[in-house]
Design a protein. Sequence first.
Length: 435
Amino acid sequence: MIPRYSRPEMVAIWSPETKFRIWYEIEAHACDAQADLGVIPRANADAVWKAKDVEFDVARIDEIEAVTKHDVIAFLTHLAEHVGSDDARFVHQGMTSSDVLDTCFNVQLVKATDILIEDMVKLLAALKRRAYEHKDTVRIGRSHGIHAEPTTMGLTFARFYAEMDRNLNRLKKARKEIATGAISGAVGTFANIDPAVEEHVCAKLGLEPEPISTQVIPRDRHAAFFAALGVVASSIENVSIEIRHMQRTEVLEAEEFFSKGQKGSSAMPHKRNPVLTENLTGLARLVRMAVVPAMENVALWHERDISHSSVERNIGPDTTITLDFALARLTMVIDKLVIYPDNMLANMNKFRGLVMSQRVLLALTQAGVSREDSYKLVQRNAMKVWEEGKDFKTELLGDADVLKALSAEEIEDKFDLGYHTKHVDTIFARVFGKD
């Protein structure tokens, strides 16, 4: 990803330096296990650790790879330059390139997921804080973009909290799914390397041994992993779209924080645009873009091919770096989001009581009017509000057919806002717990 949408900690996980350091640890731990089994001399295994403080020369490895046309061999050649060719002769004993590449890739994905989980925890804290802050801030709920019935801004934040909490669980499951390693040799049979080596290396790297790996770790794991990231991205877009709607001039119930000196438009000085959430909508598309290729990587020829490799070299860093940036940006947006309660109330009252139509409908049915007739009575008064700008309650109070079933006092009662917010505490207890 370009630096504009990157954060240093996540970028570092995908640097060549980090990758080669993980490759080295895989090889060194494998040598230790081989020495414990008596397959290689202990002195040779110990010698490999002489490179533990070495900063591997990326340019030198690239130079070697230009000749060998093989990245792992280039690295092993460079490692031998530090360890000594005689001491390094048992490195990679019985292993195949995928043992290093796949295990390293999963280590990187695990490290990346740990950052994403931290990001999600921070986002959840911001959503919870704003939810309680606006628990009773009434706003109009909308369906199909049209005024429906009253809700609260706190419930909006709580809804997003619950969604992101599910995403936190998805990230944890994705981490567990991907936290496997394979040191099983060519075609995964352990013919040239003992399974104990795999167990040792995985334990050192915080992974579980892959139960059966052919020559590569099964890519259904990666498909599930990137699918989980895609769901998180969609949730980011879900929140962003709501904020973008609320910031529309005709709505203006909330807006992104506009800092001192910020400019909204090169042409129109009055503009304050929802650029951050628009950006998040775009970034979400980039993350989801990786899902289909990850799914297509599942089907490999026989025990292995490398059709997945070029895909993963791109989607591994790009999706995790992008999602990390997006989660951090969304957290900042939520933290600083400017809320306008008065505008929310004004918007709700824009159609003069129309949003209470269901209460009147239900009251009529409870008073003995058929549902079909009740609907007709309410709708004919509601349409006068839409089409003529009338006041809904006034029209009801002037409708003789309505007054045959409901008294004026009963009609007045149906316009109490508190009716719609009486279960907010119950919903909050379900989302955040009773405490």
